[in-house]
Ligand binder design. Structure first.
Ligand code: URA
Length: 289
């Protein structure tokens, strides 16, 4: 394939991604660096930012949210209020900075891509996890692996879809595992501290009514608290004035298949539904994950 045709194909694909997602498409630093030497001298590629910037400019503030991106539905709680693209554009702007972030050089060089967040930019309910794993690093979306599938099941049991809520992690890069592409390691305190401002900005923009911290790392990233999860879970906390529920990470439930542990998470989620003033059906009350 000739270069102009290849470029056209890439741009069409990026446009499709842009149209189907609330986020801007982004490429890893490594991928952009790899593209630079093959860019023609006439500046068609123009380096990392101009490659997509003109075609992928953020939507203007105040325009109505595109159909299919969850606009009017939000969480179904106040579905009469159509969402504005303002938040989507603000989140996109942070995502662009995250995509280019090299504050943790080891993570920037090992990641396939950054994993920013997904869901409704005006969500009432926000889930915060630990860090991307191998699946998330490959797909660029949080919670898409086995733990993510369980989280999706929990979200559905609550009466929502992934598009209704917002899902993010404390870390936007997969913690590197030098010498092995398998397994995960917990983020270091320094990595969490470095990445935390991005999460703070996401929360500030979305202003959810309730935040759910999934597991001990999320609790530490959000509240700076370290304690056994059995003592923390099921409790209401506050994050800058927003009610914050602590529950087990879905990966814990995958490791510990005990029905009583799963039921605890579900009880925590019913507290969340209550806080969101969502009616809980009899079927939901008797539900076991
Ligand atoms: N675990 C997390 O904490 N976050 C993800 O995105 C995936 C697994």
């Amino acid at each position: 394939m000739q270069f102009p045709q290849a470029l056209e194909t890439v741009l069409e694909t990026l446009e499709r991604m842009r149209d189907q997602s609330a986020q801007h498409p982004c490429a890893s630093r490594r991928a952009l660096e790899a593209l630079t030497p093959i860019a023609p001298a006439d500046g068609v590629m123009g380096g990392a930012a101009p490659l997509v910037a003109p075609k992928f400019a953020a939507p203007t503030e105040g325009a109505s949210y595109p159909e299919g991106l969850g606009g009017p539905s939000r969480t179904g709680i106040d579905s009469a209020a159509p969402a504005k693209v303002g938040n989507a554009a603000k989140l996109s702007a942070i995502n662009e900075r995250v995509c280019a972030c090299v504050n943790c050089p080891n993570l920037a060089s090992s990641r396939t891509q950054t994993v920013f967040g997904v869901g409704h930019p005006d969500a009432d309910l926000m889930f915060v996890g630990e860090a991307p794993g191998a699946d998330e690093d490959a797909q660029g979306e949080p919670f898409v692996g086995r733990a993510g599938q369980l989280l999706t099941k929990i979200i559905k049991a609550m009466g929502f879809t992934r598009e209704d809520v917002y899902i993010a992690n404390v870390l936007k890069c997969r913690p590197d595992t030098p010498g092995s592409s398998y397994g995960n390691r917990p983020p270091t305190p320094r990595e969490m501290q470095t990445c935390r401002p991005y999460l703070m900005e996401q929360i500030d923009i979305i202003q959810p009514k309730v935040i759910v911290a999934l597991g001990a790392v999320a609790v530490e990233g959000l509240l700076g608290t370290r304690a056994p999860m059995r003592e923390l879970r099921g409790q209401w906390n506050e994050f800058n004035g927003t009610p914050l529920m602590i529950t087990y990470h879905p990966a814990y439930l995958l490791r510990n298949q005990s029905p009583s542990e799963k039921r605890k998470v579900w009880e925590d989620m019913m507290l969340v539904l209550d806080r969101l003033e969502k009616p809980i059906s009899e079927k939901q009350r008797n539900y076991f994950l």
